[in-house]
Ligand binder design. Structure first.
Ligand code: ADP
Ligand code: MG
Length: 382
């Protein structure tokens, strides 16, 4: 850090999504939990109108930008994420100026664990406190999403930013991405003799970017054809009649698959919630696996590495498994009995080696807190 110690240090976590994948772009239901892995921002306000950024995890050293010049398209590379947050805040009329932000992170990047939201939310949390904005966590999430959508140019939904900003330790976040109404659902896996394994395949298939925008466009078009604002408005009970309507269109079969995923996935979120509320944590396993099949066959966003992780975990004693995040690589999750966790880890590792894939990174996740300021004063030596 240049110019003395930072004013403070802020942490924002990555996340995995338990269920509710590719539903947030249709204003649907999601159930993410924050990872213990965080991005840290050591930050200070500046009075000279500059935004000074550097990251221990990105090459290229310090990036210095003039706050007044920030505009979509003006910043390339990783710095667009934090710069976009400052831009989004100013575009919303919030009184923020310059800042120095130094980042370091243990959230794997590009692994479907939402390092981008962690970076944005760490930035927004720091600026919120440094400039005394008093923003609620939901507002921070919204500004972070705006940064990613309109400044970085990634048409993501609100799930990742809400998870990073709003989660609490020991809970998953049951979130309605339309109203942003949410409930913290207790998820004490150890009490049930369970673990949630995260399997980072360490691959990202280039196909992902275009396909993401293409899926979103297909969902929007299907909603228009069905005469509803978004696919969120197609109830599970109305799925068959919606599919009949869409099947008549020229690209009907593909649209039907996309719609079937979104509608059944929203339903699975509700089914998982009902089971968790009833304390039947083990029983959610098959719903996770059904969610994976839907993402693989209907939404078509999986890949051989994710499929192998899921089938191997399930064949080795997991209660269920699914890809998590956008797909085309990244990570899978698997709900496993504690006693089987090591054997499943070994089986997945061996299956990847046998298929000549990169060795996966496998760890267990416990639900961690959302963004917060660390209770330290960096100016005071410990
Ligand atoms: P994910 O969010 O799943 O990790 P994304 O492609 O959405 O994947 O975001 C990854 C990008 O976010 C990186 O390529 C980089 O530009 C940026 N990023 C995330 N974390 C950091 C960090 N700690 N330092 C610098 N850039 C980061
Ligand atoms: Mg991301």
């Amino acid at each position: 850090m240049h110019g003395g110690p930072p004013a403070g240090v802020w942490a924002a976590p990555g996340r995995v999504n338990l269920i509710g994948e590719h539903t947030d772009t249709s204003e649907g239901l999601v159930l993410p939990l924050a990872l213990p892995h965080t991005t840290l921002a050591a930050a200070s306000a500046r009075g000279d109108g500059l935004l000074r950024l550097d990251s221990a995890d990105a090459p290229g050293g310090v990036v210095e930008l003039r706050v007044a010049d920030l505009a979509p398209g003006a910043v390339a590379g990783w710095a667009a994420y934090p710069a976009g947050v400052l831009w989004a805040m100013r575009a919303a009329g919030l009184p923020v100026g310059g800042a120095s932000l130094h980042f370091t992170s243990v959230v794997p990047t590009g692994a479907g664990l939402s390092s981008s939201a962690a970076l944005e939310v760490a930035t927004a949390s720091a600026l919120n406190d440094l400039y005394g904005l008093g923003l609620a966590a939901e507002r921070i999430a919204g500004l972070a999403q705006r940064a990613e959508n309109d400044f970085v140019g990634v048409p993501c939904g609100i799930m990742d930013q809400m998870a990073s900003a709003c989660c609490t330790a020991g809970h998953a976040l049951y979130l309605d991405t339309r109203s942003l109404a949410h409930r913290h659902v207790p998820l004490d896996l150890a009490a049930h003799g369970l673990r949630l394994l995260v399997i980072d395949t360490r691959v990202t298939h280039a196909l992902g970017d275009g396909a993401y925008a293409n899926r979103r466009a297909a969902c929007e078009r299907a909603a228009r054809e069905l005469g509803v604002p978004t696919l969120r408005d197609v109830p599970y009970a109305a799925l068959e009649s919606a599919l009949t309507t869409l099947a008549a269109l020229a690209d009907g079969p593909a649209l039907c698959r996309r719609v079937r995923h979104v509608v059944t996935e929203n339903h699975r979120v509700d089914e998982v919630i009902a089971l968790l509320d009833a304390g039947a944590v083990r029983a959610i396993g098959p719903l996770l696996t059904a969610g994976h099949a839907s993402l693989r066959d209907d939404f078509e966003v999986s890949c051989p590495e994710l499929d192998l992780a899921v089938t191997t975990a399930n064949a080795s004693g997991a209660l269920g498994a699914r890809m998590t995040g956008g797909g085309f690589g990244g990570s899978a999750i698997s709900l496993v009995p504690e006693a089987a966790a090591d054997a499943i880890t070994t089986a997945v590792t061996e299956a990847f080696a046998a298929a000549a894939h990169l060795p996966p990174r496998i760890f267990s996740a416990t639900p961690a807190p959302g963004a917060h300021r660390l209770p330290i004063d960096p100016a005071t030596p410990a």
